[in-house]
Design a protein around this ligand. Structure first.
Ligand code: GDG
Length: 483
């Protein structure tokens, strides 16, 4: 058995440089947590970008940085500022991201972005190749690295390669507009196993492979010469225990142990026990539908004026990709909408929207989840949406209502929530009304089913299922070749 090499755009650690000292702090994100069972002990290596460009890393500190990363089983790919611009802010986030989220009008088809994407993918592939030994298993993550599997396969046909896409794979009619569509498909097809969050994304991918490359597709196997590639869906879960345990600790806190945010939330709930908190948490991204949600909230307040001074929408919009113009425009639009709606509806004792544009520490995230009567998560497109799952995991008394977009991958596994089309304001306003009035017994009945499912198919199970499936696919291929 060889080792496992995990590869993603960003490493699961954050580097901090101060006064010549380097600290590598493990990230707490979903992927880093989920891979714990795969990336632990001395038998795995995680390769990725450190988040600092070559220009930002003083030459003399490099050995220290490498040593700090090595302590976390990580190794960095060096990227210049120009490479980050073309590869990350360019092709990844101005071409693939909008296209795959059905924002065709935002997708930029620029040859220089594409060329940098290819060069940087080759850098990642080279970093893998330099560390690969016989019998190793390689797991490539996400849309920034779609060419890597083929680049590695070319040099090392023997190793096991898995690829997982964290965002949607769009329908053929959308995907076909990309000038480099065949190259991208061929890149991914260097894998033995290709995983998606949902069966729909898997079907879209297979349809593009069949129609653009003319390859033989049988059920979920693709045949390319004597290489058979398996395509399957693996809906990503969360670290359920981490969220439910944090919520339990939260409920047992005495007043002076509570955060300032929690104390503020409590004060409001004590002043008016009938008042409802509605929570919205996303990265500030056009795919998340925050602006549309604000418009729908305005529609709701007009349609159901009885809830004025009763409901409060808490919006946490986490800064993201602020170098990309679309994100700057969206930020302005949201600022204006919040200002306009608050200006229109506020009274001396009530502000309808509390808006936070920042990232919050985990503890505050738990404060928000546990204090909100309703989570309102209505992306226009979302590969999965883990926030929806996290909200349910923190509802340890099983109260709370989740209003979720049909366009989120997680909707497939969360039928017991109130599913809405985010473009339908009438339906959304009615769902808010239903959520506000939902009897506690019904909330509990829905959430207990959801919680059981989420606790069972957690992120560790997701990672293990993917690795097991990759192993058996490799064995299947080996058996076929020897016959
Ligand atoms: C991509 C796909 C897919 C959020 N705000 C704060 C904070 N968060 C954490 C949440 C959650 C994560 O960030 C967000 O995950 P999502 O799944 O909701 O969304 P993306 O970031 O767009 O992720 C998505 C995912 O990949 C996995 O495959 O589900 O569809 O787009 O874990 O808790 N964490 C802290 N402070 C915050 O302010 N600490």
């Amino acid at each position: 058995m060889g080792k496992t090499i995990i590869i993603s755009n960003r490493l699961p650690v954050q580097l901090q440089i101060s006064n010549g000292d380097i600290t590598a702090i493990p990230s707490v994100g979903g992927l880093a947590t989920g891979m714990k069972s795969v990336h632990s002990g001395g038998d795995s290596l995680w390769i990725g970008w450190s988040g600092l460009t070559e220009e930002e890393i003083p030459k003399e500190l490099e050995p220290k940085i490498d040593a700090a990363l090595a302590e976390h089983g990580s190794s960095k790919v060096k990227l210049t500022e120009k490479e980050v611009d073309g590869f990350y802010y360019g092709f990844s986030n101005r071409t693939i991201w909008p296209l795959f989220h059905y924002f065709l009008e935002y997708s930029e088809f620029q040859l220089d972005y594409w060329n940098t994407y290819k060069e940087v993918n080759q850098k990642f592939a080279d970093a893998i190749l330099a560390n690969t030994e016989d019998g190793d298993t390689i797991w490539v993550h996400d849309y920034q690295l779609m060419l890597v599997p083929q680049m590695v396969r070319k040099e090392r046909p023997d190793v096991s390669i898995g690829f997982f896409l964290h965002i949607p794979f769009p329908s053929f009619e959308i995907f076909r507009t990309l000038p480099w569509r065949e190259e991208l498909l061929e890149g991914v097809l260097g894998s033995d196993l290709i995983g998606f969050h949902t069966y729909d994304y898997e079907r879209h991918f297979l349809s593009s492979v069949r129609r653009l490359l003319g390859l033989e597709v049988s059920f979920n196997d693709i045949t390319m010469g004597d290489h058979v590639i398996k395509v399957d869906s693996f809906p990503m879960g969360i670290d359920y225990k981490k969220f439910s345990d944090a919520a339990k600790i939260h409920y047992n806190k005495s007043k002076n142990e509570q955060s300032e945010l929690q104390q503020r939330l409590n004060t409001h709930q004590e002043t008016d026990p009938d008042a409802k908190f509605i929570l919205s948490i996303d990265r500030l991204d056009y795919s998340k539908g925050i602006a549309k949600r604000l418009n729908a909230f305005e529609y709701f307040l007009n349609k159901y004026p009885q809830y004025k001074e009763k409901v409060r929408l808490i919006i946490l919009a986490v800064p993201s990709r602020s170098n990309v113009p679309q994100y700057q425009l969206l930020k302005r639009e949201i600022d204006e909408l919040v200002g306009r709606i608050n200006g229109e509806f506020s009274t001396v004792s009530w502000t309808p929207i509390w808006y936070f544009y920042r990232s919050m520490p985990f503890e505050n995230l738990i404060d928000l989840y546990t204090s909100s009567d309703i989570a309102w998560l209505t992306p226009l497109r979302d590969g999965m949406n883990l926030v929806a799952k996290e909200y349910i995991a923190t509802r340890t008394d099983q109260t709370g209502v989740l209003i979720l977009s049909e366009m989120a991958g997680s909707a497939n596994e969360m039928n017991e929530s109130l599913l809405v089309n985010p473009n339908n304001f009438e339906q959304t306003a009615d769902a808010l009304d239903e959520a506000i009035n939902m009897p506690v017994e019904e909330q509990k009945a829905r959430n207990s089913v959801l919680q059981k499912r989420l606790a069972r198919y957690n992120v560790e199970k997701w990672a293990n299922d993917f690795m097991t499936s990759l192993k058996s696919q490799k064995e299947r291929e080996a058996a076929n070749v020897s016959h």
